[in-house]
Design a protein. Structure first.
Length: 206
């Protein structure tokens, strides 16, 4: 997560962005399961998107997932079922795909805002260590929930346009994915806590 002070992008930032873009791609290419009537498959993409946001924070998550989406639209076979290219925007999943970077950013920025940074015992510079308690997990869960709201708003808009559904049909088609995505949000938050604990430098501070 980014610091209060503005700073240039470091080599470590670029590595983390690349790693999580690759992780998102690796999870996303797994074949989806047919689900619902709108033609949107059930996948693990939202788990990767939320995890990226909660681990990296808003700015780097936006870059990582944005890189993943741009690579897919450019033709790299990184979307569900090893698909790639702009044709994905013609299907009912278009809104979800385009919303991925913004959902990751929303989750990350919300988590950054909710989690206060701790300071060194000597009162010096802000440390990248946090209290890792139930409250920490709940704050990450709140970030995941905000990310899901952004993701599903994009999904509904896509179902209205590319999917050709009415507003009521789009909302109903989207609602069936909420239970599974909420479970993914819980898993993403738990994994993010573990990653921050093992690699505290990744998290940074507010």
């Amino acid at each position: 997560m980014s610091t209060d002070q503005r700073r240039s992008v470091t080599a470590e930032d670029l590595v983390n962005i690349a790693v999580f873009a690759a992780l998102t791609a690796a999870v996303s290419v797994l074949p989806g399961l047919p689900f619902g009537d709108a033609g949107v498959p059930l996948t693990l993409q939202s788990l990767a998107v939320l995890l990226t946001g909660l681990v990296l924070g808003g700015t780097r998550a936006l870059a990582a997932v944005g890189l993943y989406v741009l690579a897919g639209l450019a033709g790299a076979p990184v979307f569900e079922g090893f698909r790639g290219g702009p044709d994905v925007l013609d299907g009912p999943s278009a809104g979800y795909v385009l919303a991925f970077p913004f959902a990751a950013a929303a989750a990350g920025y919300t988590a950054q805002w909710l989690i206060p940074a701790r300071r060194h015992d000597d009162g010096g510079a802000t440390s990248a260590r946090y209290e890792r308690t139930g409250a920490y997990l709940l704050r990450l869960l709140a970030g995941a929930l905000v990310g899901l709201v952004v993701l599903h708003l994009g999904g509904v808009l896509g179902l209205l346009t590319a999917g050709g559904l009415s507003l009521g049909e789009a909302v109903a088609a989207d609602l069936v994915f909420w239970p599974g995505d909420l479970l993914k949000g819980v898993l993403a938050a738990a994994l993010a806590v573990a990653v921050h604990k093992v690699f505290p430098r990744i998290a940074g501070t507010r």
